[in-house]
Design a protein around this ligand. Structure first.
Ligand SMILES: [Zn+2]
Length: 373
């Protein structure tokens, strides 16, 4: 590199005013007469600019190499079983954006209806948008304690909420309270959670971009978008639940509060969750989840929804559909999917396979666990 720099940028020593800053640095070895005063000719300035940039690049490369070395040592030190975490990482797909992948365990994903999921590696449990109550939508709405008692797990670690519409948020705080979990979501979500009675130290407000480590699980919060309601004319993306809301809220009171996707790293897997059918493509590029939970409703409003998603995320091995069932219908007994919905799900699977032929697309059944090795 140094040889090239000398060849491209011959700095001439010319009598004149010295420029100490470029004589005393490590780059002085590139000056024809080390230590001699140099003159800032236009060519010289251009060359020094390039030299300085290359120095920064070189120092950056050294720092990156050092960080990689430290990171590898750290992974080795926490490795369990026969192989190291590094070996496990090499055996699988590359982790998203440099995230270390821990040894993989079977992951059990259970569909809870609407956009709700329970995800567990047997030790740690994350819930997504758990919604069991089926309130009348034209009156004030409260979580149904009997439904939560029956369907919420006894123990969970974290509840993540994609946005704060009623069919994603209504029961989430009650489920978190019952299961001992923390709750993560938008400012609107956390306002509602506190109003319901979640203690402050179990409420995690996010705005998108966070990448939070909880030890056995880590969660990257992805800025996202709600599905294109009202044939794209909906303007409620940024509406908020009021501060110190008076409960119970009405349907309109459950404002969207912004939308998030989540990348949940658990049990050596990376699970991308999009609980409403939209996303910001640039927020997904470079992620390599092995499982993607993908909302399907209203995707027809978007350009090339399925293939853009597959290309951005490296075609996850598994796609699980979500938010396709009748969210206004009573929870039990589980209503059968109507013909139109079944046809739409078949179309979605065909869309995925058109550009990701190896991806397994699964439409889940409520309460029936899906185990992914
Ligand atoms: Zn919604």
């Amino acid at each position: 590199m140094v040889v090239v720099m000398r060849k491209v940028c011959p700095i001439r020593s010319v009598p004149g005013k010295p420029i100490p800053s470029i004589r005393t640095s490590a780059l002085s070895s590139n000056v024809d007469v080390p230590g001699a005063p140099v003159h800032p000719t236009a060519r010289g300035i251009a060359c020094w600019t390039i030299l300085a940039a290359m120095k920064r690049l070189w120092l950056g490369l050294i720092a990156a190499a050092s960080a990689c070395s430290t990171s590898a040592s750290k992974l080795d030190s926490v490795a369990t079983g026969a192989g190291s975490a590094v070996a496990a990482q090499d055996a699988g797909t590359a982790p998203s954006r440099g995230t270390p992948r821990t040894p993989r365990k079977p992951l059990t994903l259970t569909y809870l209806g609407v956009a709700g999921w329970q995800i567990t590696d047997g030790t740690t449990t994350v819930l997504v948008d758990p919604y069991f109550s089926r309130p009348t939508l034209d009156a004030a709405m409260a979580s149904d304690p009997a439904a939560v008692a029956k369907h919420a797990p006894a123990k969970a670690d974290l509840v993540v909420v994609g946005h704060s519409h009623v069919d994603h948020l209504l029961d989430a705080p009650a489920v978190a309270l019952k299961s001992g979990a923390q709750i993560m979501g938008s400012i609107s979500t956390t306002r509602y959670a506190r109003a319901v009675g979640m203690p402050e130290d179990r409420v995690i407000p996010v705005q998108g971009g966070e990448d939070y480590d909880f030890g056995a699980v880590s969660v990257r919060v992805l800025p996202s978008l709600h599905s294109a309601l009202d044939e794209k004319h909906w303007d409620g993306q940024r509406t908020e639940i009021a501060a110190d809301p008076k409960l119970p809220l009405t349907f309109d009171g459950f404002a969207a509060g912004g939308t998030f996707g989540y990348l949940i790293r658990i049990g050596g897997h990376e699970v991308l969750v999009l609980s409403t059918a939209n996303y910001i493509e640039r927020e997904l590029v470079g992620l390599t989840p092995d499982i993607a939970i993908v909302a399907t409703g209203l995707r027809q409003e978007l350009y090339d929804y399925s293939c853009r998603l597959m290309r951005a995320t490296g075609s996850p091995a598994h796609v699980l559909t979500t938010h396709f069932d009748a969210w206004r219908e009573p929870l039990e007994p589980t209503p059968p999917l109507d013909a139109e919905t079944r046809a739409d799900l078949a179309a979605f699977e065909a869309e995925i396979h058109a550009c990701a032929p190896s991806t397994v697309v699964t439409t889940p059944e409520r309460w029936k666990p899906i185990v992914i090795e």
